[in-house]
Design a protein around this ligand. Structure first.
Ligand code: NAD
Length: 284
């Protein structure tokens, strides 16, 4: 069994981004800029945003965070996004999800300029991704694809089961795999017999948010298991969706939690923001 080390791969990506940022600054006087909008007081969301701020600083990006109160109106959020759309120092805009219930997430995401949509959540980018055109791709699935690339894991013709079908994790993940010529099965909460699918899979990718959902009897020998799930247990520890201890010995490759997909998500956010800054630079 080989562990897929997301932490060190993320560091490697960030070092290469730092070098590119330096070049961009020196040669074209461009500093990649990321704007983050966070609403309310959810501690997990604030922790993610602070990790993103730190990562921006580390690679030499300019970043601003709009911390808005829970009671902010939808129109007020839209105003901030429009301001960021028009701000030439900002190349990426990210709205931290989930938003409070009185805000319509789909409406908010559609206001972001697709050229600054570094989270890849705008329908424009999703449509382009599905048709295999250049686009901003959702950071978590993109991070998983980067792991496959780094570990020379060939996806062509592989039977891959994606567990979880959300717009930001499971669906884009499945599309990227399909574009890489894998045979993809998408499963979700209404799937009748989950293990029927996972048992046959060469690769299982799970992003659900349920500790120990994937157990050793659900995985075939030699399979590759990618755990996107992040769950905080009562004792404060962080676990994924996979019963790591018992599943790992059966796998050829597996990602740990923490230190697997999580750090890759941040690296891909930086990578998408750099890509956007370069694209804006070409149009100056
Ligand atoms: P979500 O709640 O929007 O979607 C969950 C999906 O899981 C749904 O499609 C649902 O049908 C499916 N599901 C729920 N219970 C199931 C079950 N028993 N069997 C099969 N499918 C089931 O969640 P999300 O935003 O997609 O996030 C999923 C998980 O991934 C969470 O743990 C989240 O914290 C984590 N996540 C991690 C990263 C990262 O960087 N590693 C990024 C985003 C999300």
């Amino acid at each position: 069994m080989q562990l897929i080390d997301g932490k060190s791969l993320s560091n490697k990506v960030q070092i290469s981004i730092s070098k590119e940022v330096e070049k961009l600054k020196q040669q074209r006087n461009i500093v990649p800029g990321l704007a983050v909008i966070i609403v309310g007081n959810d501690p997990a969301s604030h922790a993610y945003v602070s990790m993103k701020e730190k990562a921006c600083k580390k690679v030499g990006f300019y970043s601003i965070t709009h911390k808005m109160p829970e009671g902010i109106t939808q129109d007020e959020i839209i105003e901030i996004i429009k301001m960021m759309n028009n701000n030439p120092h900002i190349h990426g805009i990210l709205v931290q999800l989930p938003l409070p219930k009185h805000i319509d997430t789909d409406t908010i995401l559609e206001v972001i300029d697709p050229k600054k949509d570094v989270d890849g959540f705008h329908a424009y980018n999703i449509g382009r991704m599905v048709t295999n055109l250049d686009s901003f791709v959702s950071c978590t699935p993109l991070g998983v694809m980067k792991m496959f690339e780094e570990y020379n894991i060939d996806l062509e013709g592989k039977d891959v089961v994606v567990v979880g079908a959300s717009n930001i994790v499971g669906k884009p993940m499945a599309m990227l795999l399909l574009n890489a010529n894998a045979t993809v099965t998408i499963t979700h909460i209404y799937t009748k017999d989950l293990s029927k699918y996972t048992k046959e899979a060469d690769i299982v990718i799970v992003g659900v948010g349920r500790p120990n959902l994937i157990t050793a009897d659900m995985i075939k020998d030699g399979a590759i298991v990618i755990d996107i799930g992040i769950n905080r247990l009562e004792d404060g520890s962080l676990v994924g969706d996979v019963d790591f201890e018992n599943v790992a010995p059966k796998c050829s490759y597996i990602t740990p939690v923490p230190g697997g997909v999580g750090p890759m998500t941040i690296a891909m956010l930086l990578s998408n923001t750099l890509k956007s800054a370069k694209q804006f630079g070409e149009n100056i």
